[in-house]
Ligand binder design. Structure first.
Ligand code: GTP
Ligand code: MG
Length: 298
């Protein structure tokens, strides 16, 4: 491995569901951020680390930029705003549509305010014809003088080398910040909680999964290597609890077993997991609960 002499801190910002977490996973080559077809999947800033060509890239995956409707939303919006400052460059991820929406405009304003180098990353190009991309590029070029415009498909891992080559231009001289082999700043406990939340998002409809928070109450490893986990899922309404548990506990069983498979893959050990569901009414509106679940920017 080449000695690290430079670092590049790069924020991935964009509206919910545009593919920021898919991109960070594709760049890191490991699943460190959860992904779902539902908007507002990511709630925290997650660092993904890639060492390449003597540069340590630190990618900051951020929550999708949206209009906040509760205290949790306020927190998420603040995470994005603070992540679009003091970095070497920002990647603004957009859908391949020829229209600059309100979230994109707000992020462009923020980039301008902070005078940061900015790369427009048009994602999901696997879903459109090449000709349509020109219109997208034209619309965004009018809105801002981006340092570069790079079309990619995070899902198909298309265009990622071009993107990395562009981003290496923004690296600065500096010491290695993360040790070799470390791919994220997320503690194992946090990754476990997030994997459970991903399964909630993927298996449940509408508002139910958005009102959930996951707490890992037990995390211990036996001498044999087996990991024992205790996990509590919090939801906002008694009715939601019923939906999460499902008929004869079928839904909770499904969610737990999907989560356990992923956790075992991530930890490389056999996992025993006990899961509980509890109600905390309207916790997303209560700043103390929001902080208690680790969504705290202090
Ligand atoms: N077709 C296609 N789908 C993609 C691509 N990248 C991401 N997706 C899908 O888009 C959806 C959202 O992806 P995420 O990575 O969770 O999006 P995000 O921007 O992190 O979303 P939030 O965390 O909610 O802000 C998922 O269903 C992905 O599989 C892509 O390049 N092409
Ligand atoms: Mg995300």
């Amino acid at each position: 491995m080449q000695e690290i002499k430079k670092t590049a801190m790069i924020t991935l910002a964009g509206r919910p569901n545009v593919g920021k977490s898919t991109l960070v996973n594709a760049l890191v080559g490991e699943k460190i951020a959860i992904v779902s077809p539902k908007p507002q999947t990511t709630r925290n800033r997650i660092s993904g680390v890639v060492n390449r060509g003597g540069v340590q890239f630190i990618f900051l995956d951020t929550p999708g930029f949206h209009r906040a409707r509760n205290k949790l939303g306020d927190y998420m919006v603040n995470v994005v705003k603070s992540s679009v400052a003091d970095v070497d460059a920002v990647c603004l991820l957009v859908e391949p549509i020829p229209h600059v929406g309100a979230p994109e405009q707000a992020l462009i304003d923020r980039i301008r305010e902070e005078r940061l180098p900015a790369v427009l990353v048009i994602n999901k190009i696997d879903t459109v014809e090449k000709a349509a991309l020109l219109e997208v590029m034209a619309a965004y070029s009018q809105a801002y003088a981006f340092d570069a415009i790079i079309p990619i498909s995070a899902q198909e891992k298309d265009g990622l080398d071009v993107l990395m080559a562009e981003l290496s231009k923004y690296a600065q001289e500096g010491p290695q910040l993360f040790p070799d082999g470390m791919t994220t700043d997320q503690p194992d406990r946090q990754i476990v909680a997030e994997i459970v939340r991903e399964k909630l998002l993927r298996n449940l409809n509408k508002e139910v999964p958005h009102g959930t928070a996951v707490e890992v109450t037990t995390f211990s490893q036996r001498d044999s290597g087996v990991i024992d986990l205790g996990v509590t899922i919090y939801c906002e309404k008694a009715g939601h609890k019923g939906i999460i548990i499902g008929k004869n506990g079928a839904m909770l069983k499904k969610i737990s077993s999907h989560a356990r498979e992923d956790i075992e893959r991530f930890m490389g050990e056999k996992v025993y997991m006990e899961t509980w569901v509890k109600v905390k009414e309207n916790w997303r509106d209560n700043v103390n609960y929001v902080r208690g679940f680790g969504y705290d920017d202090q």
